[in-house]
Structures are given as structure tokens and as C-alpha cells.
Design a protein around this ligand. Sequence first.
Ligand code: G3P
Length: 216
Amino acid sequence: MQLFLDTASVQEIKAANAIIALDGVTTNPTLIMKEGRNYNEVLKEICSIIKGTVSAETVSLDVDGMIKEGIAFSKIAKNIVVKVPMTVEGMKACQMLTKKGIKVNVTLVFSANQALLAAKSGAFFVSPFVGRLDDIGKIGMDVVREIKQVYDNYNFKTQILVASVRNPIHVLDAAKIGADIATVPYSVFEQLFNHTLTDVGIKKFLEDWEKVPKKR
Ligand code: G3P
């Protein structure tokens, strides 16, 4: 499974990428708002660090606006993927951008039916938001399971990019289901490495190593 970082923080991207090569990055208006920087400048910087895809989100609600934004994003770097929302206008934009050779990530997806329409619209990625489904008492991962089943049934090439990931269980479940990608916040990325028994084991090994006679 590919692992993307869900952030617009260049610092977080550099730190994570230095540990394990990231397969990609996803951004959105909220994440760029947190950085307080110009979106295009941040995207340019991220694309110079990351070899994989970098998702940039449009904010227009109409197809013409999405196309205009998407074409502008695509000129920033070759590895830019354009995010459009799962709406009627978004599906029209997805088809038109895809026809222009621009990869599209259909975002804010919350059902398998929405994912079906995204695939039929030629989406390169589909982003089901599992955390936000959990927030309303649904089981976000069940939707990912359904999407995987539908996509396998019809051999859709759209890649399942599990988003709104809140904890390592989401990452594990995404991998067990066979999702193509999980995009994770830096905090979750860090948690993936940790286990208390690993820390306990290292401590014990070092304590015992101290008792091993060392040649002078
Ligand atoms: O990629 C989408 C993600 O940033 C949304 O996460 O936690 O706001 O649902 P969250």
C-alpha cells in the first residue's frame, strides 16, 4: 500500500520523507490555511521534494472554475493531481480534465455510489473520508470495503486513496482491505512506528548488554 502524507507543511513533509520515502502528498484548503502561505508557492515547494503525486484542491463550485483552476495547478509541476469535490459539477470537471491528460482526485467521497460515479468519470484517485464517517457514527472502513468490492467487480482502474485518517487502525484496515493508498497526518505517521513492547524490549536488551563482560 502506498503511504501519502496529508499536509501542506513542508517541514512535516521533509521530516517524514527523511525517514521513509513518501509515495505522495495530499493537500486541501484547510491544510493550506493552517500554513498561512500562498498555495501555489507551497505546491511548487512540495513538488520539488516529492517524486510521487501531490494533490491540489480546487475551490470553485462550477465546472468552468474547476477546469480553470485545474489547468493552472497542472502547470505548477508534472506530479500535480487536481482535487475536485464529489458533485455533479465535479464529475463534469473530472471527465474534462481527464480528457486533457490531467489526473483527478475526487474528494469528499462518503459512499460507494459516489465512488462508482467517480470511477465512471475517469478519476485517477477516489478519496473516501473515513474519519468523518466515523464522526457521525458510521463505520468509515465499511465504505472503503464496499468501494473495493465494486471496483474489483468491474475492474475500475481508479485508485482508492483512504483519507480523513485519524489513527493507525485506519491505516491497518485500509491495508487489510487492499486500498491502494492511505493519506495520513504527520501525527499518525509517527504513531505507525511506535509500540510500547518495542520500547520495553530495547530497554531490556540494553540493560542486559551492560551485564555482558566486555574485552578490555
Ligand atoms: O485528506 C482529507 C483530510 O485532510 C480530512 O481530514 O480529519 O479533517 O477529516 P479530517
